[in-house]
Design a protein around this ligand. Sequence first.
Ligand code: TYC
Length: 101
Amino acid sequence: MADTNTKNRTDTELKTARPPLYKVMLLNDDYTPREFVVRLLKSEFRVPEAQAGAIMLTAHTKGACLVAVFTREIAEEKATRATDFAREHGFPLLFTTEPEE
Ligand code: TYC
């Protein structure tokens, strides 16, 4: 759990406090078509075509790729929505979340 006790913090710490951020990761698989991955990245994450293609290729070659960074709730919601969308179309594509270091 994040430290939410602000009582003993200095003025500077209070002013610079930020919610912890979470990464949405795209994982590779052997079945989802490349075009579907690109289309999903564009529609769910508002990523432009060229960037979507680059993210897809990185996941395809390296096994995983960072898609975007959000607060925890938003990251989990986006990863779930995108994964569910793939399932609805019969693909095993998976998005995961993890805390940013
Ligand atoms: N590896 C898939 C294929 O060859 C394409 C793919 C790329 C799937 C990236 C998932 O995150 C992924 N059809």
